[in-house]
Structure formats: structure tokens, C-alpha cells
Design a protein around this ligand. Sequence first.
Ligand code: R5P
Length: 305
Amino acid sequence: MTTPTLPSLAVHGFSESVPQAHLLAENLGAPYADIEVHRFPDGESLVRVDGAAETVVVYRSLDVPNDKLIELMLAASALRDGGAKRLVLVTPYLCYMRQDMAFHPGEAVSQKVVCGFLDNLFDAVITVDPHLHRTSDLSSVFPTARAEALSAAPLLAARLQERDIARDTILVGPDGESRQWVEAVAAPLSLDVLVGQKERAGDRKVAIEIPGIERAAGRAVILVDDVISTGMTLAGAARLLLEAGATGAEVMTVHMLDDPTVPPMLRDAGIARIESSDSVPHDSNAVRLAPMLADSVRRVLGQLR
Ligand code: R5P
């Protein structure tokens, strides 16, 4: 009897994002396999993988991250036990990136802790538009794993190009941190940009000002941000812009976190359309990341021994 040969490269994914992980496998010309998770009544998880290739790409976005991180740890261990020599994590949305310092005495620096945890499990980590603010380079928080931070901005720009939007549309970033995204999306289309200022007083409490907002009067606006969580940032910005005479407001984001209360709240604020990349599965997904992720996997594998 002959032992079946395992492929040298395979993509494994979890149940919440099978289509996205499949698409990545297709773009890599590699087989796809599910990682099974059984949840015990006491809340513990049992993780099971079906064989392991020499190189395994594990696909999982880390929105709603706490259970997912533990399951990733168990999956990485099972894959290594199964013979995987190289593990690459493709995590289009990387969690805990906004807590990149202790803002108050006694707080954990979550970014450093979580990236250190993943660094121990994987040989390489690929993500998309991580919220790098005070940390300028993703590799500075991954001490040993190869880390690639990709940007979806060119894909969002291509999406706007394909939609053939009015040439006088203004792209608006709601706060200083969004400047990098809004400028990168606007540049290829030579669109006008406005960038606001935000003060956050709590999880759902933000105060926004948009210097130069009078330029939005009589024009359509598209708000651009890296992530929508509670939606309060973009709802606040949209209200100001519509009050200032904008003819319509839409939203384009890289990561649309999946809170069902957010889309209706954004619509109440006057936002007519939401588009996002498929980093987190959501009805608003309009941009596929798989081809860009596959290029990055090939690049990273060329650099790993
Ligand atoms: C923060 O600076 C980010 O770029 C986003 O603006 C923010 O995280 C969005 O959060 P929310 O949707 O909860 O207002």
C-alpha cells in the first residue's frame, strides 16, 4: 500500500471565511482544507486539522479576536504536529493594533503582546492595512516572523474608478489617522481630499471637526477610513458634511467589522452606500483581496527557507 503524498502547499481556513480562504487557495493553485472547531459546553475549543502540507497557509481574520486567537494557537500546534515545516498566517484584519501604547497607567500594550503571541506561532504573517499609527513598521512588532503589511488603497481606488464617480466628488478622511488612506485612494483618481480632526471621549463618543468643510457644499462625498467598528466616527463626519451642503455621503473602508447595528445607524446618519474590502465577511464587501494576498504569500515563501 502506498502512502498518499501530501501537497507541498495548502491553505487551511476556519468556517467564518470559507469563500475568502478558498479564493486565496485558488489564486495560489493550492488545495483548501477546513480547520474544524468543536466548542465544548464549558467554552473550551477542540481544534482538528486534516493532515498538513509542508507549507501551510492559515487564513483567518482576527475580528472578534479573543476566541479566534486561542483557536489559532491550537491549529498551529496541530499543523506542526502533523508535519508542517512552515506556517504562514494570512490575517487580512489584524486585531489589537490600536492599543499600541499604554494610554493610561497600568494598561497593557496589546499590540506588542498579540503580535508577540502570533510571532511565536507562525513563520510569516501577512495582513492588510493594520492600524499602524505610532508603530511605523509592522516588522518592529514581529521580532522573528516575516511580516508583510499590504495596502488595499489601490484596490479601493480601482473600485471607484470602475464605478465612474463624478470628477468633483470629495474624499473625506474623518481624522488625522485616516489621512494616509484617503490620500492614497484619492491620488490615482486625482480627487479632492478633506481631512477632519477627531477627539475620542469614549468607545462610542467622538467629536469631529472638518476644517475646510465648506468645500463639500454642492458636491458628493465619500468617507474613507481604515476600519469601521461602532460607526460613530463616520456617522458623525457624515452628519457634518450633509449639514454643510454635501449632496450625498457614502463610505469606503478596508475593514468593516460585523456589528449588525452599525449599517442601520450609518444609514440614519445619511450614508447611502457602504463599500468594504472582504477582509471581514460582510454584505458591504465590494473588493476582493485574494489576488493581492496570493502575491504576498508567493513573495514571503520565496524569502522563507
Ligand atoms: C481610528 O483612528 C480608526 O481609524 C477609525 O476611525 C476608528 O477605529 C473607527 O471606530 P468607530 O467606527 O468605532 O468610530
